[in-house]
Design a protein. Sequence first.
Length: 199
Amino acid sequence: MTVKAIFLDKDGTLIENVPYNTDPSRVRLTPGAGPALVRLHTLGYALIVVSNQPGIAHGFFAPRALDAVYERLRILLAPYHVPLAGFYYCPHHPAGRVPRYATACGCRKPAPGLLLAAATIHGVHLERSWMIGDILDDVEAGQRAGCRTVLVDNGNETEWRQGPFRAPDATATDLRGAAERIARCAAWSERYYRREVRA
């Protein structure tokens, strides 16, 4: 059995963008994120967080510090009865100060490694899935993995570097808008998928 998924960028998309934050008390959902995830979960999507965390490579915090962030996310989403199927992060950065993590890799977005690994673990059908993020590196990672993509255009993308795989399938101003865009596509997509499966 295959699963369709929503891959979610964390900082600036799912939660407020506080650089290098691992303090659970400062973790807050972006406006409308809770209802947006309810909508997506109701449509049958598994919700999977995929996040670059270069603060590990720079020595700002240890990987285990993200455990508290993940737990805080679970607490914030509990009132909405929305489970996270997974929480994956890249600890690398080529300019990092911690030798173990100071490297180029295949998991740091815009590379698709985090999505591909999560898809293998969870049995995700990538062509039926979406990547939602607030910068074009998220879009590129999603498209290189084989997903459709939504750019949350909330001001966090500042470079607008163009190139292959960097044109989103849709744009929205927040996560709630992204969920609405995906919901509009869901019925047609499911009809198309069932027709292809029967063929």
